[in-house]
Design a protein around this ligand. Structure first.
Ligand SMILES: [Mg+2]
Length: 307
């Protein structure tokens, strides 16, 4: 049994580079150049009923997964894409939406989904410019591709972290499955504000769990990291293990110079969020510091399983 990481690695070895591709697979978004204009950031995300959400009044229900209205599913479908643009400190611009609607009740479902997507899109100035509508006997499938442009400070990749950098996060982690994963507000504005204040050397959005997404950032930056267990902010009622492993927090994890990190911690300059320093970049390995004792970090988190 293998996870999506292994499949993505396989793909990356087979996707040729091209002079117009600034960033290929392996970051939160791709980036492509269009002549003299700004680069275009491109990302896409698909949500599957029964895996990423369940719908109210649907025969498909999954133990432990709260069912949601189509409006909230629409919110999430747009927000997960916006979060990837945020992870590059980018500005979202336009989206296309593809849906596979169940034949029965599909029209009403499609309308409610649209209102949910539009609400989030409007909040961030994103135009929904097209898409594709299918119907079938299967469950709801929704896929959005979002296009954006770099923010004023430029594109922040996963690959720029250096030994000695501090790791910061934009909010508390864990327990998102209890509803937050549907209603979260992507950190687009916060990422742009942060990038105007300090040099963000590397960044990723925490979509699949802190430890797994940290391992991805470290892999791209060819470095390791140590997390300070007592400084990881947790949602109320959440254990350290859940904060490390639960998916869909959609907070940002960034590497910054320690001087910048200390300034952010002291000044807390971004309205609506509290910045936390949770660890440090080291040369090799992923570690969890507990009472001044370093032990290997268990890289847990959500990966789609492929057989
Ligand atoms: Mg991401």
């Amino acid at each position: 049994m293998q996870g999506e990481n292994a499949y993505i690695d396989w793909l990356r070895q087979r996707i040729p580079s091209s002079p117009r591709v600034l960033i290929g697979p392996g970051d939160d978004t791709a980036a492509v150049t269009w002549g003299a204009g700004p680069a275009c950031l491109i990302t896409t995300d698909m949500l599957l009923e029964g895996t990423c959400f369940t719908l109210e009044d649907s025969p498909i229900q999954v133990a432990g997964v709260e069912s949601a209205s189509p409006l909230r599913v629409g919110h999430k479908a747009m927000a997960v894409n916006l979060s990837d643009i945020a992870a590059m400190a980018g500005i979202p611009v336009a989206a296309v939406v593809s849906v596979g609607l169940p034949r029965r009740g599909g029209r009403h479902l499609g309308e409610e989904l649209f209102w949910g997507m539009k609400e989030r899109a409007d909040e961030f100035g994103v135009a929904i410019v097209g898409g594709d509508t299918n119907s079938w006997d299967g469950p709801l499938v929704i896929s959005i591709s979002l296009f954006g442009e770099p923010g004023p400070a430029g594109i922040v990749r996963r690959s720029g972290a250096e030994v000695g950098d501090w790791l910061i996060v934009t909010g508390p982690l864990g327990g998102s499955i209890r509803g937050k994963h549907l209603d979260f507000i992507p950190r687009v504005r916060e990422a742009l504000a942060l990038s105007s204040l300090v040099r963000l050397k590397a960044m990723i959005d925490i979509s699949d769990g802190l430890s797994l997404d940290l391992s991805r950032l470290c892999k791209e930056s060819a470095c390791g990291a140590v997390l300070w267990s007592d400084r990881i902010p947790k949602m109320p009622g959440v254990t350290l293990q859940q904060a490390l492993g639960d998916g869909e927090d959609f907070e940002l994890l960034a590497a910054v110079h320690p001087t910048d990190a200390k300034r952010l911690l002291h000044e807390q300059p971004i309205e609506g969020i509290q910045i936390h320093a949770i660890g440090e970049v080291v040369s090799v390995g992923l570690w969890l510091d507990v009472d001044n004792c370093r032990k290997p970090l268990d890289v847990s988190g959500f990966q789609h399983i492929l057989q």
